[in-house]
Design a protein around this ligand. Structure first.
Ligand SMILES: Cc1cc2nc3c(=O)[nH]c(=O)nc-3n(C[C@H](O)[C@H](O)[C@H](O)COP(=O)(O)OP(=O)(O)OC[C@H]3O[C@@H](n4cnc5c(N)ncnc54)[C@H](O)[C@@H]3O)c2cc1C
Length: 326
């Protein structure tokens, strides 16, 4: 095998943090395998200058393949990655996860007849090959996935790979001309919009203030938005409140929502059901506010506050603001 190719998603003039984590992971594995980690971006070249691509080098990619093509669509990226892998013989394609990562990775695996493993939380080297580790059975067990195909596709769980600066600086940039398949250009991006309550990227936030049914009503989120604002973080939600229409689905954490690992996860009025826990249990610090001292969330919290969130949250916000102003 010769190299690991990592897809780097970008929007609003910056490479997404989850993709930088994948590049870091790719660089670590490439160095163990004695090969190189490369990144690939697809989009409007005018918006993909050296300054935008520089972090990819800083996080470990020695080379970045840059293809001019439609942004935000999966099939053109599949075409571009298939071409680069065909031309350069990469042994693995690595993705940081997220909806687009899943879609592109699955499409690439189908195109290359490659083995694919999703929701990977760790990758290790064994006998000169990569082995993907994937949690199964609601995260109670980990399965090892070995690849038999020429190319192995590895799709990480969102934010599973830590972004660590390890590279030596500016990457080499190689422009690639890709002939997109006619079907790849059938879809066009008409508009990118954000749902109310989904205008902050919860995957990239270091602080998440999450609300559950204990908020009582949709307006209950206003106090969480204020606290999140004071802490410089974002607001997240449980499925119960998303299903009730109190908050946007894009903010849902858990089995059927997003997986996050912020530095601080503050849960207000959340019981801590297993389906919610699997999406946030890797957070560095978990603080829970719940009026029920026997709520399951206290079993996996670093700090628990038993009481009425409507009294505690405003006081907390006040204290944070006072501390910041001090
Ligand atoms: C297949 C499947 C997939 C699922 N996927 C997800 C998922 O992705 N994400 C997810 O979150 N759930 C998911 N669920 C739902 C999950 O099982 C729980 O029902 C849900 O997480 C509960 O949400 P909650 O904690 O907001 O509400 P509840 O369980 O109703 O908890 C509310 C909590 O608020 C506390 N409370 C009430 N009032 C106050 C107050 N004034 N002050 C402080 N505390 C208060 C209560 O004591 C209680 O503990 C899934 C379920 C299934 C079956």
């Amino acid at each position: 095998m010769s190299g690991i190719l990592v897809y780097a998603l970008h929007y609003d003039g910056a490479i997404n943090k989850n993709s930088l984590g994948a590049v870091s992971e790719g660089a670590r594995l490439a160095s163990e395998l004695g090969t190189e980690c490369h990144a690939i971006v697809v989009g409007d070249k005018a918006g993909l200058g050296d300054d935008v691509l520089a972090p990819l080098g800083a996080f470990g990619a020695s080379k970045v393949f840059r293809a001019e093509g439609p942004e935000g669509l999966s099939q053109p990226v599949v075409d571009a990655m298939a071409k680069v892998i065909g031309d350069h013989g990469h042994g693995y394609a690595l993705f940081g996860g997220g909806l687009l990562g899943f879609e592109i990775g699955a499409g690439l695996a189908a195109r290359l007849d490659a083995g694919v493993c999703m929701e990977v939380t760790n990758v290790r080297v064994e006998d000169g090959k990569l082995v993907a580790e994937r949690p199964i059975l609601k995260d109670s067990q980990v399965s090892d996935v070995h690849y038999r195909s020429d190319v192995g596709v590895i799709i990480g769980r969102l934010n599973a790979f830590e972004a660590t600066e390890s590279g030596s600086g500016a990457p080499e940039i190689e422009d690639v001309d890709v002939e997109f398949a006619p079907h790849s250009l059938k879809a066009t991006m008409v508009e990118r919009g954000e749902q109310r309550g989904a205008d902050v990227n919860i995957e990239d936030a270091d602080v998440l203030v999450a609300g559950g049914r204990g908020l009582g009503k949709a307006e209950g989120f206003e106090q969480l938005e204020e606290l999140a604002g004071a802490l410089g973080g974002a607001v997240a939600a449980t499925r119960a409140v998303v299903d009730a229409g109190w908050y946007a689905y894009a903010a849902q954490i858990g089995q059927t929502g997003k997986t996050v690992a912020p530095k601080l996860y503050l849960a207000a009025g959340i019981s801590g059901a297993i389906q919610h826990k699997v999406g946030m249990q890797s957070s560095e610090n978990i603080v829970a506010i719940n009026k029920d001292a026997n709520a399951p969330i206290f079993e996996f919290s670093d700090l628990g506050i038993v009481g009425d969130l409507n009294k505690i949250v405003p006081k907390l916000t006040e204290a944070v603001k006072a501390k910041k102003g001090a």
